[in-house]
Ligand binder design. Structure first.
Ligand SMILES: [Zn+2]
Length: 281
């Protein structure tokens, strides 16, 4: 696995005029973290630091910079060899394939999952959804970057393989359907945090369960070995996002399902990465 972390630090135009030494200030603060490259282009008020791992003190340094009037963001990406992916017992499912809904047909209800804060999760209306693209082969895609669907040939292959933890719901009113919703029916236990790097949002109340009010993880996903029972298709216990806007659970698939997708010729499986199941400390 190769990890690339980019930390982008920016200063406002006004601040930059008052603080001509701002670059030196940022460099001094970042120096101990051991970055491997700096990008200065194209915005002269932005410095982007590249790391080959997530520095342990990054959050601390970030707060320090914010207190000094800087702002910015952290961006992370991991790359795997095909063997690393094929050897993984379970993988996070990711796809870059997107299909479009016919205007106004992607509808949903909000289902409240927490009585304390009113956090809500989408329940998609599959019956009224119409997808513009007609699938011709085995496809896995996100509808308008949101819910996952599979084409009829892939749905059939998943069914024939007796994949567990999965409900395939026909999309739209026509039968046979061209697309099926990929709906996990099995929930995993809570993620192990740390080593999973994810932050609780300040919107969580003291009474909220730990399944909501999380920022998306910035690391690989870790589970405790004790009690880890997974089906072929699973959803994370955690619903990411701030309920009431974009939310979602992460989908985790078994090695068998990953290999089936590859064998069927499913493309754009970007963001698939191994899940780490570890003995707890
Ligand atoms: Zn809550």
């Amino acid at each position: 696995m190769r990890e690339i972390i980019k930390f982008r630090v920016e200063i406002s135009k006004e601040e930059a005029t008052h603080r001509p030494q701002w670059e030196r200030e940022v460099l001094q603060i970042l120096e101990p973290l051991g970055f491997i490259a700096i990008e200065r282009w194209p915005n002269p008020r932005v410095l982007t630091f590249q790391f080959d791992h997530y520095p342990a003190q990054l959050d601390e340094v970030w707060q320090h910079l914010q207190a000094r009037g800087f702002y910015g963001s952290v961006w992370e990406r991991r790359e795997y060899t095909p063997t690393e992916l094929l050897d993984a017992a379970f993988l996070r499912l990711g796809t870059e394939a997107v299909v479009s809904s016919v205007d106004g047909t992607l509808r949903w209800d909000w289902v409240t999952i927490c009585p304390h804060c009113g956090f809500a999760e989408e329940r998609w209306d599959w019956q009224h959804l119409q997808i513009s693209d007609l699938p011709t082969g085995p496809h896995l895609a996100a509808v308008d970057w949101h819910p996952l669907v599979v084409s009829a040939p892939l749905a059939e292959a998943l069914q024939q393989a007796d994949v567990t933890g999965l409900s395939l719901i026909p999309v739209g009113p026509e039968r046979p359907a061209g697309w099926y919703a990929l709906q996990p029916t099995h929930l995993l236990p809570p993620l192990l945090v740390p080593p999973t790097r994810m932050r609780r949002l300040p919107t969580a109340t003291p009474h909220c369960a730990r399944d909501h009010h999380w920022e998306s993880p910035t690391s690989e996903l870790y589970y405790r070995q004790d009690g880890f029972a997974a089906a072929d298709v699973n959803a994370s216990y955690e619903v990411f996002g701030d309920g009431g806007r974009a939310t979602g659970r992460i989908v985790i698939i078994s090695n068998r399902v990953y290999r089936l997708l590859l064998a069927m010729g499913v493309t754009q499986l970007v963001g698939c990465e191994p899940i780490r199941v570890v003995a707890s400390a």
